[in-house]
Design a protein around this ligand. Structure first.
Ligand code: GLU
Length: 497
């Protein structure tokens, strides 16, 4: 399906960082726009002045950039229907509200909080099924209302929901038709007494002025939707298609929160997840390509995403599955890509390589690519490479892990193993110092010494790599080089029995 007119928006409130749930909403909006040749708009919903900060806005923009969700209109890129921050659009909300007021579709309400509380209590006492605003100011004569406003009496502006409106049916692309009883929608506030618009009003004014065709957002907003439909109708604007997507739950079935671990996008970025893997995993929390496929690269997502494959059931965030997807992405990288994008940047960040990734890589590409080939299958997160590669950077100062020494070197026969290895490896020149030749030189030794492979290689590994968890031995020795390998074997001799 291609529809040139699709316009969607992601509208985060900068009251915190970008949450995993928000990121998924952004991904769906982005993918829907891309799949339909549409426009993806970013709007900052910062009308809550007490909780919105510029710093959070910047964090959100950075997180979206890291996710690779490029927006076509919005902060930093501009567009024809800006500004794209609600605090810069207050005049537009005022104009829209004034128009509704002038047209008799909105009216000022002077009720004090005490009056409203008393009305509510009375409605409860008489078991009135309608407990909302009792429309006390709805029928005040407009000239009288104007006089009170001009005299400085505090007021809010309320929308006039037509009394004969009937049921409000929200056509939701995920939930189907959802019916709300219009009689339960009271004449809700669209402008507060401090002159600021409410969320339900500002959002609709924006979505209407920005020509939004599909509102894709979390289903915590489904209950706001009938009120928003009332605003569209009052404004005379077309009602967009809604798609309310399910919540993301933790393994215990509760809404995903800090208790379940990291919930902000940047925490995943800093932990070393790949943006592509993270986007793939989040996209599948509630959407599927065909019910089976688990690896959906970004370009496939951007060409195949559709709302009819979005599930209305809550999705469960499973960190193990995320790690699995991440592993798939790492494995699929060529050695060179892994070196340039994962290995060398991590080694630079850890201070093991000089400051420039490109220069470090280009100084010895084959060496890094060999290291990548052995580390790739053994790492889930990017920073894992640092611990696994550290032994290569310890020069002559390698510290041996004590427990590993006790288990592997301080054992009968270990010394003989090291001596035999020293002799066999010492016979290999620099030009034959490659994994295959090294493995071949070591291979016959355990049997010749009358020991097991486990004991033999265990002793060697600890002497040369410092612990038992390093990559395969032949490649490790090749990477380490002849001089360091032989030096470490010799230095370990006194520790071996
Ligand atoms: N700013 C709202 C939020 O962050 C989203 C509003 C909407 O998508 O309509 O929850």
């Amino acid at each position: 399906m291609s529809d040139k007119h699709v316009r969607v928006r992601f509208a985060p409130s900068p009251t915190g960082k970008l949450h995993v749930g928000g990121a998924r909403t952004a991904i769906y909006n982005w993918a829907f726009a891309r799949a339909n040749d549409g426009v993806f708009i970013l709007r900052i919903d910062d009308t809550d002045p007490t909780r919105s900060t510029e710093e959070n806005t910047q964090v959100i923009l950075r997180a979206l950039r890291w996710l690779g969700l490029d927006w076509d209109e919005g902060p930093e890129v501009g567009g024809d229907v800006g500004p794209y921050k609600q605090t810069e659009r207050l005049d537009l909300y005022r104009q829209a509200a004034q128009r509704l007021w002038d047209e008799g579709r909105a009216y000022p309400c002077f009720c004090t909080p005490e009056q409203l509380a008393a009305d509510k209590k009375a409605a409860q006492a008489r078991k009135d099924p309608f407990q909302g605003y009792q429309r006390r100011c709805r029928d005040i004569d407009p000239a009288e209302a104007r006089r009170r406003v001009d005299a400085g009496e505090p007021y809010v502006l309320r929308i006039k929901v037509p009394l004969d409106r009937g049921d409000v049916v929200v056509h939701d692309a995920v939930h189907g038709d959802v019916t709300f009883n219009a009689r339960e929608l009271d004449d809700f506030v669209i402008f507060r007494s401090d002159g600021t618009p409410t969320y339900n009003f500002a959002t609709v004014v924006d979505d209407a002025l920005m020509g939004i065709t599909h509102v894709i957002r979390g289903d915590d907003h489904l209950s706001n939707t009938p009120r928003q439909v009332m605003v569209y109708e009052a404004l005379g604007a077309p009602v967009p298609t809604f798609a309310h997507i399910s919540m993301i739950l933790g393994a215990d079935g509760k809404k995903l929160s800090k208790r379940h671990g990291a919930t902000n996008v940047e925490e995943y970025r800093d932990a070393g997840y790949l943006s592509d893997a993270f986007v793939n995993y989040l996209a599948l929390l509630g959407w599927s390509l065909d019910g089976d496929t688990t690896i959906v690269p970004r370009d496939v997502l951007a060409s195949t995403f559709s709302l009819d494959h979005v599930s209305k059931n809550p999705a469960t965030f499973d960190p193990k599955k995320l790690d699995w997807v991440q592993g798939q992405y790492l494995q699929a990288m060529s050695d060179e890509t892994f070196s340039r994008q994962v290995l060398v940047p991590q080694l630079v960040a850890a201070g093991l390589e000089g400051a420039c990734v490109r220069e470090a890589y280009e100084a010895r590409p084959a060496w890094f690519d060999l290291l990548s080939s052995v580390l790739k299958p053994r790492c889930t997160l990017a920073p894992d490479v640092v611990e696994k590669a550290r032994f290569l950077y310890a020069g002559d100062e390698l510290e041996l892990d004590e427990a590993s020494v006790a288990r592997n070197l301080a054992k009968e026969g270990a010394r003989a193993s090291l001596e035999a290895a020293l002799e066999a490896l010492g016979a290999l020149g620099d030009d034959a110092w490659d994994a295959a030749s090294l493995d071949a030189a070591l291979e016959p030794l355990p049997e010749r010494l009358g020991t097991t492979k486990r004991k033999f290689y265990g002793a060697l590994r600890v002497a040369v790599c410092g612990n038992q968890v390093s990559p395969p031995l032949g490649a490790s020795l090749e990477l380490l080089g002849r001089a360091l390998t032989l030096g470490r074997l010799r230095r370990a001799l006194p520790l071996a029995r």
